[in-house]
Design a protein around this ligand. Structure first.
Ligand code: PXG
Length: 459
């Protein structure tokens, strides 16, 4: 690549002049200059200055098989040579999305055997909303179109994604959200459980908030409930075991469709192919993207349940919906190879049986005792560290999450990439992490916490 001819300062200047970044305060960024990540290998990323950083976020929750996998590059290269692009409209198809659909049907819960492709999680959620609302029209119930979501949910950044999401900052900038979407409480026991309330009871109470929203609207007006099995960008909020089965029961009771957004949790993250399997529930749709290709190509797959698919096929006629890149042959070739690698290396089982439990223990025994840590929680290779000023009272530093940003910056300076969101540090490492990588991560995080504590308590 020709970027080697540019200095970091030059690249930063061009970046500042021409590049509008996602979720970024541009004035801040342009004053500071962006960190330039230039290459990556295995679990590590490297910046332009040669710093090695252990990537605790798998890129952005996606690089599940780690970096530097030449097999994926070869799969893309071979497919590009043979057929770089053709569409799946107008009674055409290409082989790789066909074969990928078969593979996805094999690993998905049994009743979710059909797939609609897009290029991003946001697109897949747009498709899901359109499909669910069209389903009820076809069933003769067009008024059944309200969708229930949750506070702090993240479902993408298109207008539909942001409307489904429960981030108030995003809603504030929309200038009008997609109508008929309402939000209920999230199952976040650390902040929302009542004094003395058990996890089990809290999970049931959080599920009941969905039932109340259904009854308030009237079940005849409610199309679906959508939720991330574990709220990811919102802070790795892992619901109590009682939550999802109760949500499923409530949805079935009122004939409200259950939509799971597994853009983060799909493809092994929780120790099963999908978190639906981890929680033992069967939704009507599953949104997936990210780790479907381990981020090596943009691709999303909406898994569609039998009930919706049967109505669409039997009564739907032409569904006026699709993207130029639906079923992109190169992205699908890369996804097929990625899934093959996950299977061949037994990464899903490894997370379930070995690295997931080790990660949980490591965070619990080594990170949780730190004076800045109120709680650690994990599921599979997804983790959260709650940051508090006072361990006993759970008092936070200033609201708005400035302390976690201080910690994050110390961690990055010590070779550890993780995210700060609100009052929580979050992690979602590649599934190739071993016990040794987890040990290395703990050491680096502890160092970051210590340095941050000295800085925060000085203020
Ligand atoms: N659903 C979920 C659950 C997601 O996490 C999307 C949908 C949207 O996917 P696309 O591919 O359109 O971005 C996501 C994306 C963060 C962060 O800060 C998380 C995401 C995206 C950007 C930032 O953790 N998740």
């Amino acid at each position: 690549m020709t970027y080697q001819n540019y200095s970091l300062k030059q690249l930063q200047a061009i970046d500042a002049a021409h590049h509008l970044h996602p979720f970024t305060d541009h004035k801040d960024l342009r004053a500071a200059g962006s960190r330039m990540i230039t290459r990556a290998e295995g679990p590590f990323i490297y910046d332009s200055e040669g710093n090695e950083i252990l990537d605790g976020m798998a890129g952005l929750w996606c690089v599940n098989i780690g970096y530097g996998r030449t097999e994926l590059a070869e799969a893309a290269y071979e497919q590009m040579k043979e057929l770089p692009y053709y569409n799946s409209f107008f009674r055409c198809s290409t082989p790789t999305p066909v074969l990928l659909s078969q593979k996805l049907a094999e690993i998905a819960p049994p009743s979710l055997g059909q797939v609609f492709y897009g290029s991003s999680g946001s697109e897949a959620n747009d498709t899901a909303v359109r499909l669910v609302r069209y389903f009820w029209q076809l069933e003769g119930k067009p008024e059944k179109n309200r969708i229930i979501s949750r506070n702090m949910a993240y479902h993408g950044s298109t207008i539909t994604g942001a409307s489904l999401g429960g981030m108030s900052g995003m809603h504030g900038q929309l200038g009008g959200a997609v109508p008929n979407i309402v939000h209920v409480m999230m199952p976040y026991a650390f902040e929302l459980a009542l004094p003395g309330e058990s996890d089990h009871a809290f999970g049931l109470r959080a599920a009941r908030a969905i039932e109340e929203a259904i009854l308030e609207a009237g079940p005849e007006n409610v199309a679906a409930f959508i939720g991330e099995p574990i709220q990811g960008a919102g802070g790795v909020k892992i619901p109590p075991a009682s939550y999802w089965p109760e949500v499923e029961r409530i949805c079935r009771k009122y004939d409200v469709l259950l939509m799971l957004d597994e853009v983060i949790t799909g493809y092994g993250r929780t120790g099963n192919w999908f978190a639906a399997q981890t929680f033992g529930i069967t939704p009507d749709t599953i949104t997936t993207a990210k780790a479907l290709t381990s981020g090596y190509q943009p691709l999303s797959a909406l898994l569609v349940g039998d009930r919706i698919a049967a109505t669409l096929v039997e009564k739907g006629g032409e569904f006026y919906h699709g993207y130029t890149y639906s079923g992109h042959p190169v992205a699908c070739a890369v996804a097929l190879k990625n899934l093959q690698i996950i299977e061949k290396e037994g990464l899903v089982e490894r997370v379930r049986d070995e690295t997931g439990p080790y990660f949980a223990k490591a965070l619990r025994e080594r990170i949780a005792p730190h004076p800045l840590v109120g709680e650690t929680r994990t599921i599979g290779l997804m983790g959260a560290i709650e940051i508090v000023k006072d361990k006993d009272t759970r008092e936070r530093f200033q609201p708005g999450g400035s302390a976690p940003v201080v910690i994050r910056d110390h961690c990055i300076a010590n070779g550890m990439m993780l995210r700060a969101t609100g009052d929580t540090m979050i992690m979602s490492p590649p599934l190739i992490w071993t016990r040794d990588t987890i040990d290395m991560a703990c050491e680096r995080i502890l160092k970051g916490l210590d340095l941050a504590e000295a800085e925060l308590r000085r203020k």
